[in-house]
Design a protein around this ligand. Structure first.
Ligand code: SF4
Ligand code: SF4
Ligand code: FES
Length: 480
């Protein structure tokens, strides 16, 4: 393995690694725009220049495309390097609109960061800036500001190398260059298209659903798991920071809303990517909630509902439970410990593929649209979902069961988080929490278990499923 020296530190790197990779592996920072660890190397932005010393002195070269060699001496922050980066920044910002005040990327923009690090001065250009389209509709999901684009081609390479839609290309040359979607609609139909928003180093690619919605410094990311399919991608759920809570009437609901979803890199599950469905998961989690227990459709106190459910469970001769594949491992284990011996247990799919959605591919998307089928099946087996005709009590947990399959005359105890017509058809109904209101774990199709973390408090009147199962089994503690 070649040994080289970077900023006076001797390091070893595998043959074939670039200086950028070797430095990054060693925790030494070199700035970059066009380089991305999962994409090919175009070497077009030139911000990653480093100094390389040889007999003739120090010369500068880009780090992202330079292989390491034995005895190489590299400087990442010398005067010569900083001067070259300053010139590069002046060039890159020559036609940039510098409209950071209205740009969604402000606060996360590497162009801003590097400007302050390597330039920090007013433009020296006396020429008018070249103008381009400011609000170009790249797809139904993404708006493009061509004036902010620095032509790094990360977005184009993503569609060629990762999502394979080949949906984007570059038109024209020099300061007439424009990112454009190919005309066959392949970018609009690319189920991974929104990853280009994250990897765009500037604010050129903008999510329509997040456009001008929030300043990122008012938001906080909470690590979570996408429940959209059995891949269980690791994600960040972005929501209002408690210290920046909105207090104006009519705005308070926004304090407990997911404003955006982004990937949280996890090499064991999803790498640095997620699909567009994962980005939209806030719509699923933000549906109208059930917040009141009911007895035969009439609102009831939670303790009264627990007492009624307990007497139905005590009286049943053949009780069957249909458990949720959206429940956490902790909730499923609590059910098994409290009621598993009393019920025959079947596992159901809470969600099926929606019309028009990609059912499965060889990138991330899985046909099972539930995050914890593996966790539920590990505890309750693989039996097909067939309710015995002589079941006299059916406990249904979560969405997705056709109530028409429940044997006529069987009593129904129903646990669900959402406001749905079936709630009123149950003998006893309990509103339950959703994953943003508790901590927990899901196990994905490949057996990888991932954690999700609470974002918001559980609404008043909504039961914690773990405590509820203990209460239904007559154990200490209530259902709240
Ligand atoms: S839109 Fe963004 S990612 Fe695409 S080429 Fe321009 S700067 Fe790069
Ligand atoms: S692949 Fe599945 S788990 Fe990953 S983001 Fe998409 S829907 Fe969510
Ligand atoms: S990061 Fe090396 S040339 Fe762009």
């Amino acid at each position: 393995m070649p040994r080289l020296t970077i900023d006076g530190r001797e390091i070893e790197a595998a043959a074939g690694r670039t200086v950028m990779e070797a430095a990054t592996d060693a925790g030494i920072f070199i700035p970059y725009f066009c380089w991305h660890p999962k994409l090919s190397v175009p070497g077009n932005c030139r911000i990653c220049v480093v100094g390389v010393e040889d007999k003739g002195g120090e010369w500068v070269e880009i780090a992202c495309n330079m292989p390491v060699t034995e005895g190489m001496v590299v400087y990442t922050n010398s005067e010569k390097v900083r001067a070259r980066r300053k010139a590069t920044m002046q060039f890159i910002t020559l036609n940039h609109p510098v409209d950071c005040g209205i740009c969604d990327k402000a606060g996360e923009c590497t162009l801003q960061d590097y400007h302050y690090e390597y330039n920090g001065e007013r433009s020296i250009s006396v020429d008018a800036k070249a103008h381009a389209t400011k609000h170009y509709s790249l797809s139904p999901r993404i708006v493009l500001d061509n004036e902010r684009c620095i032509q790094c081609t990360r977005c184009v390479r993503f569609t060629r190398e990762i999502s394979k839609s080949n949906g984007l290309g570059m038109q024209n040359r020099a300061d007439h260059s424009l990112v454009r979607a190919v005309e066959d609609g392949s970018f609009a139909n690319d189920p991974y298209s929104d990853n280009v928003i994250d990897i765009c180093p500037v604010g050129a690619l903008l999510s329509r659903s997040f456009l001008h919605k929030a300043r990122v410094w008012y938001l906080k990311p909470t690590a979570s798991v996408c429940p959209g399919c059995s891949r269980g991608c690791t994600v960040n759920l972005w929501h209002r920071r408690p210290e920046w809570r909105l207090r104006a009437p009519g705005m308070r609901a926004q304090n407990e809303t997911i404003d955006r979803v982004t990937p949280l890199e996890n090499p064991a599950v999803n790498g640095p990517w997620i699909c567009n469905k994962g980005r939209d998961i806030a719509k699923v989690l933000g549906r109208a909630r059930a917040e009141t227990a009911m007895l035969k459709g009439r609102p009831a106190e939670l303790q009264g509902a627990i007492a009624q459910a307990r007497s139905l469970i005590a009286a049943a001769r053949k009780p069957v439970a249909v458990v949720s594949s959206w429940a956490s491992n902790e909730e499923l284990a609590a059910f098994k410990a409290a009621l598993g011996a009393r019920f025959s247990v079947l596992v159901k799919a809470d969600h099926e593929p929606e019309p028009g959605e990609v059912v499965q591919d060889d990138i991330l998307i899985r046909a099972d649209k539930n995050p914890n089928t593996a966790g539920a099946r590990a505890l309750f087996g693989e039996a097909p979902l067939a309710l015995p005709p002589d079941a006299d009590l059916v406990l249904v947990w979560g969405e997705g069961l056709d109530f028409g399959l429940i044997p006529a005359g069987a009593k129904i105890v129903y646990l669900n988080a959402w406001l749905q017509p079936e709630n009123g058809h149950a003998d006893v109904f309990f509103p339950t929490s959703i994953q943003t209101e508790r901590d927990g774990h899901y196990t994905n199709f490949a057996g990888v278990t991932s954690a999700f973390t609470q974002c918001f408090p559980r609404p008043a009147g909504v039961a914690d499923a773990q405590a509820l199962f203990a209460a239904l089994a007559g154990q200490a503690g209530g259902g709240e």
